[in-house]
Design a protein around this ligand. Structure first.
Ligand code: SF4
Length: 230
């Protein structure tokens, strides 16, 4: 067993895990049982920053509010809200008035729909599409052979760093990501000054639902589990 945490492979039933109950159980590399200082440090980090603490507190309250039937106990709770609603509710809880919508050109129709939804909820919306800035992929050292359209002389790159700079410049209080590519999302999150939440991720093949492959990983998508060739 590796020394680092592997909660995803925890051998204990959800109901009897150490992270859920003071008398619960965990494996040798359980971060709850073996790395108690991390839990203390995490609370210290929140306590040292009132704004961060408020953010964490409201996120947790939003989580609970996402269920109905809580007064009847855990077995009776039911999910009650879409993520779209929760993004707007959380932003309201935090008192934000200006949101950033950072979206992919491949989801421009969805981008407009989300833009209108957020405006209908009373927010100012700063939206930036991935191709904004029209920087060619040659700036990344990529020629036509590495472009999506190999016959195009100069394809515009997705520019998540520019998207972050634009959101930063225009005083966005919370960034909402919609459909950025793998890696482009990482670059945006790294360069954005305001916190970022993800409304939806990109999956070109599965209608932006990557979990479809996960749900079928032992069945129709079992071929994905094949070892990588050397
Ligand atoms: S924290 Fe410990 S008990 Fe909880 S899932 Fe991870 S390994 Fe299992």
């Amino acid at each position: 067993m590796p020394a680092f945490p592997q909660c995803a492979a925890c051998p204990y039933d959800w109901s009897e895990r150490a992270c859920r109950s003071p008398r619960g159980k965990g494996p040798e590399n359980c971060p709850t049982l073996r790395e108690r200082e991390l839990a203390r440090e995490s609370v210290r980090i929140l306590e040292a920053d009132p704004a961060l603490m408020a953010f964490a507190r409201q996120a947790s309250l939003q989580e609970a509010d996402g269920y109905s039937g809580r007064e009847k106990g855990y077995a009776a709770v039911r999910p009650a809200k879409t993520r779209l609603e929760e993004v707007a509710e959380f932003a309201k809880r935090m008192g934000y008035t200006r949101l950033g919508l950072t979206f992919c050109g491949g989801l421009r129709a969805e981008g407009l729909a989300v833009h209108r939804f957020l405006e209908a909820k009373g927010f100012e919306v700063v939206s930036l599409m991935c191709k904004a800035g029209r920087v060619p992929k040659s700036a990344l050292g990529i020629g036509p052979e590495g472009q999506v359209d190999t016959r195009c002389d100069s394809e515009t790159m997705c520019n998540p760093v520019l998207q972050a700079l634009g959101a930063n410049r225009h005083g966005v209080e919370l960034n909402v990501l919609l459909g950025l590519c793998v890696g482009h999302d990482s670059l945006f999150i790294k360069h954005a000054e305001a916190p970022t939440t993800v409304l939806a991720v990109k999956d070109r093949l599965l209608g932006h639902n990557p979990l479809a492959a996960v749900y079928q990983l032992t069945q129709y998508y079992r071929g994905l589990l094949a070892p990588e060739p050397d």
